[in-house]
Design a protein around this ligand. Structure first.
Ligand code: DCP
Ligand code: CA
Length: 407
């Protein structure tokens, strides 16, 4: 197999039982005990995660708290504490960024690091992994599992092979022996359904999937057949398989929506209801792309086709529908010439920046606002954290900022 030999060394880091380990760290009396984070019995929540002690009772993420209580009555149940996990995620990013500039966080507790260029400077890859583990253990009192392989797909598989606190290194010439003998279910993107189909075709291992004629896979999976085979080969052709640091992620320059009224209007209620509609549409598109905006522009076209725009910029990023509506309304009030009817109204958001992608937990996803932790970028991060979480996190942020400057 030649597709995966790319001379790159990619590290995947995944924190162990992330939310639960943070809680155990902060409350030593629950260390070594089954801890379930997500809600307390009697609540209708689901398990966000649980400690490895609780996993022995078959508790999994997404399971209703009531079911978890049945399976493990002795467990300690805790509500999620999003801000704390967010802060820890931020501290992790600080650590990772010091080992290579090529860090791509993929969820609240996971990242890919391209360490190819760091190997010469910092020693061999095992040494780098052990240094990262040591730093996380000493500074954050947490453990992680690390996988190192020639590409992202195999590195992610590797980090999962020896959890918790694992380190699995797969050299180029070990891919056949280690990765290709694993079941296809270990592969990113292969769910239970696809696994069943593959098994029925006699394809049980990743190696068998990599070597199946593409034609056969296309027959069963359509265009996805080609994709899953490429993933099985760990090929780098797919752009998604390259490391994309947060500050290099490409996105549009602006996101906007316009509305032409069926009839020209000067009804403020009508105009504002359309403005709300546009705010929701624009906000949704912004959040889908995990972006925040620093500038909003309002466009008005009058009956006689005269068009005017006005914009406002903010020190912090906006991304909520209410924020977009509030600011577009203020712009409207400022520029609307009451003598003429309106033909078209539009909102555009620009100066966009990536909001960090998280675990899929919607409560955190809404709050998590994150990008590359280079020093100059810390200031807007601090501002946005302050706005959302108050002074407390900022005082901790300042400590971190100070620490960062002194590294
Ligand atoms: N999470 C969540 N809801 C889910 C899955 C995860 O809220 N359905 C949160 C809680 C986890 C964190 O995201 O602690 C990271 O998710 P992981 O899948 O990496 O799980 P853990 O880190 O908890 O455990 P593992 O040691 O298996 O990685
Ligand atoms: Ca994890």
């Amino acid at each position: 197999m030649s597709g995966w030999i790319n001379k790159k060394r990619i590290m995947h880091i995944d924190m162990d039982a992330f939310f639960a380990s943070i809680e155990q760290r902060d409350l030593p009396s629950i260390k070594g005990k089954p801890v379930i984070v997500g809600g307390i019995p009697g609540s209708r929540g689901v398990v966000a995660t649980c400690s490895y002690e609780a996993r022995k009772s078959g508790i999994t993420s997404g399971m209703p708290i009531s079911e978890a209580k049945k399976r493990c009555p002795k467990a300690i149940f805790l509500r999620t504490y999003g801000k704390k996990y967010l802060y820890t995620a931020w501290q992790l990013l600080e650590i990772w960024n010091r080992f290579t500039p090529l860090v791509e966080p993929v969820s609240i507790d996971e990242a890919y690091l391209d360490i190819t260029g760091s190997i010469g400077m910092l020693g061999n890859e095992e040494k780098i992994a052990l240094l990262i583990k040591k730093e996380i253990r000493e500074k954050l009192k947490l453990t992680c599992s690390i996988g190192i392989a020639p590409n992202k797909v195999f590195a992610k598989i590797a980090s999962g092979l020896q959890k918790p606190d694992g380190l699995t290194i797969i050299k180029d010439d070990e891919v056949d022996k280690i990765i290709f003998n694993l079941p296809v279910s270990k592969l990113w993107g292969i769910g239970k359904k696809s696994e069943k189909v593959l098994n029925r075709l006699g394809i049980k291992t990743i190696g068998e999937l990599a070597n199946t004629p593409t034609k056969v896979l296309k027959q069963w999976f359509g265009i996805n057949g080609e994709l899953i085979q490429r993933i099985a080969k760990g090929e780098e052709k797919n752009k998604n398989i390259e490391i994309i640091p947060l500050d290099k992620k490409e996105h549009e320059k602006s996101i906007g929506n316009e509305h032409t009224f069926p009839e020209d209007t000067d009804s403020i209620d009508y105009i504002f209801s359309e403005l709300m509609n546009l705010s929701q549409k624009t906000g949704k598109r912004l959040r889908e792309k995990r972006l925040g905006a620093k500038t909003i522009t309002l466009k008005l076209r009058y009956k006689g086709f005269f068009t005017t725009t006005h914009q406002k910029s903010f020190p912090n990023f906006i991304y909520k529908d209410e924020e977009i509506f509030f600011h577009s309304k203020a712009l409207f009030n400022k520029i609307y010439n009451k003598k003429e009817k309106i033909r078209l109204i539009g909102i555009s958001l620009s100066s966009l920046l990536s909001i960090f992608d998280t675990s899929g937990n919607p409560s955190i996803q809404k709050e998590l606002f994150f990008y590359n932790s280079k020093t100059e970028r810390l200031y807007p991060v601090l501002d946005s954290l302050k706005e959302r979480f108050g002074e407390k996190i900022i005082s901790r942020g300042k400590v971190l900022q100070y620490a960062y400057k002194n590294i």
